[in-house]
Unconditional design. Sequence first.
Length: 401
Amino acid sequence: MLGRTLGHYRVIEALGAGGMGVVYLARDERLNRNVVVKILSPGTESDQTRARLIREAQTASALNHPYICTIHEVGEEEGLVFIAMEHIEGQTLAALPAPMRPQEVIHYGCQIAEALEHAHNRGIVHRDLKAANVIVTTEGRVKVLDFGLAKRLRTDELVDATRSQSFVDEGQTAGTLPYMAPEVLRGTPADERTDIWALGVMLYEMSGGMRPFQADSAYELTSAILRDDPPPLSAAVPAGLAAVITRCLAKESNQRYQRAGEVRAGLESIHAGVAAVTAHHPPTRPGVRPLLWAAPAVLTVVLAVSLYWFLAVRGPIRSVAILPFGGSSTETEYLSDGITDSLIDNISRLPDLKVISHTSVFHYKGKEIDPRAIGRDLNVGAVLTGHVVPHGDTVSVTVEL
């Protein structure tokens, strides 16, 4: 294949191979630039599947966004179907050292979410989003690869893959199993929320240095994705970022962020110092959503100052547990979680005060609690509880220490 010309692309060298074909570096003789050419494996797909891949690649070629790898052309020559794409200098996200600093996680996460938002708004779902499909350029900009080029599994193929006792080679059908959402494993067609799950897996990888679900076989990994909660992230991960990741990895798709733009907005808010957790349903009344966004930041400042003053007056309390605030509705539940996350994150910065981590206190959420008993269990000098109550377009917060 080396030295062969497909259309006006001269093949220079092989870059890699996968389940769908071989990827080459090529030279665009017409525009005098390097490109990447993916040649679909002949004879491995039915005519119907090949026609679908060509059709979807042509649709994806209409995507024009700085964080998406551009598809230049989809062509066929002497029975070989090829896709010519932008050549990008950089490393895949999978090759970068992890865990990363929270600022880097948010930086890359926002860009990936923006790329997904652009594609989803045009009716294109990636379906095979993973760290190996994201390149980070030398300028620190991400490029998401292979929109619309994912191989679709038949139900029988999926069953065979998940029953396997070992993973197939990277790039094959089951190679992306660690990024598959629970509903896909159950046989439900992928949609935008499937990509949001995969983004959550990548955010977890970047933050924790490992994937949220790991096992020795595909069967065990499938079971973990369907049933298990991911291990808690390190206390070094800001509570707001951990909350966004947790929402992306909700087992039920209707409990995740419903749009990639919501993930991006949540990450941007954390970057700006606000641990915002937004509801995934539209507001029922005008003005509710701005309140939900603003309240965690404002109330956190007030409560943090009040708590610091109270502790100073009360005496030598050296440790505190901030329990999940209660809420009386779905919308105030998200607000309550946001306030709790923000308080833990901000109060933990106070000098000479130990604050129990987010992961240690959130398993008390929704349970009947005895603050004194919890204080003894966690070995802290004080326990803070709170409740959020809506009143029209405002809320009141009651706090007890």
